[in-house]
Design a protein around this ligand. Structure first.
Ligand code: HEM
Length: 243
């Protein structure tokens, strides 16, 4: 079924749906950083302490979703291009062509973002010194955990990193704003009467995700340039000294 065009559209919609849900859960988890180091460190530690099969099962599942989503997108764009009449293109085809071009472009940049992001905060290959950030704050009695709080503050104090994240989140917002409604369209549940409501919900969701993710790098940069004071200054300057 998944080799037919309609099957691939379903697959793209279903994997997109999983990713739409993932970004919300990840954003909500990240926002705990605004409540201080105990919360976010304990949360990250709890996630990393999940039983191996659950932790790696979810990581592999997410990766498979990203790969399938990108692969079906590439194949469908190619098939559409091959099937499109060269002349007398009707307006609707042109418009659909433009939005799939935009989705392809934002999707490709987001793939780069995901690779960078994993190397930055999960593999920690961009700044290997983040591996040494250990703390008892947010750790169970008598233990040390990875200091995700300091790592994120240190990470976003590089202005270029924050700018790259906020631009990527803006592109994610554009991608979601269109993708969210497309999921309903592909699954055949976007009736004419629901069309407007779904489109508005998609836009609202996309902006919520943008704001929820961008607030952290924006606050860090604001504090770096003495515009605001949000994070505990002693904890804030500690990662700065690390460079
Ligand atoms: C400002 C935005 C973001 C921040 C601050 C952020 C923060 C983080 C941090 C700190 C980790 C590593 C957690 C740890 O050490 O245990 C992480 C992992 C991850 N992030 Fe993000 N993230 C952001 C945006 C995103 C977006 C937009 C996506 C997807 C489109 C994403 C996908 C992932 C994935 C797949 C992982 C790996 C999870 C794992 O290790 O299993 N992140 N993120």
């Amino acid at each position: 079924m998944f080799t037919s065009s309609i099957g691939k559209k379903y697959l793209m919609a279903l994997t997109g749906f999983v990713l739409i849900g993932f970004v919300f859960v990840h954003m909500a988890g990240n926002l705990q950083i605004l409540m201080g180091p105990e919360k976010i460190n304990a949360y990250a530690h709890a996630l990393q302490s999940l039983p191996m099969p659950i932790l790696w099962g979810s990581r592999i599942f997410l990766l498979v979703c990203v790969v399938l989503h990108a692969w079906t997108a590439i194949v469908l764009i190619r098939e559409n291009r091959a099937a499109r009449p060269r002349e007398n293109d009707v307006e609707v085809t042109k418009r659909a062509g433009l939005s799939s071009l935009k989705m392809g472009l934002t999707g490709t940049i987001l793939l780069f973002f995901i690779v960078f992001h994993l190397l930055h905060f999960t593999v920690r290959a961009v700044y290997p010194e983040y591996d040494d950030l250990m703390t008892t704050v947010g750790a169970p009695e008598g233990m040390e955990v990875h200091n995700v709080y300091s790592m994120v503050l240190a990470g976003f104090q590089h202005t270029w990193v924050s700018v790259f994240y906020v631009i990527s989140m803006f592109l994610l917002c554009g991608h979601l704003g269109h993708g969210f409604s497309s999921v309903f369209q592909s699954l055949g549940i976007r009736s004419e009467s629901w069309r407007n409501k779904i489109d508005w919900a998609a836009k609202g969701y996309a902006w919520l995700i943008f704001l929820g993710f961008s607030i952290v790098p924006i606050l860090v940069i604001g504090q770096k340039f003495d515009l605001i004071s949000f994070f505990e200054p002693s904890l804030f300057s500690e990662p700065l000294a690390m460079r």
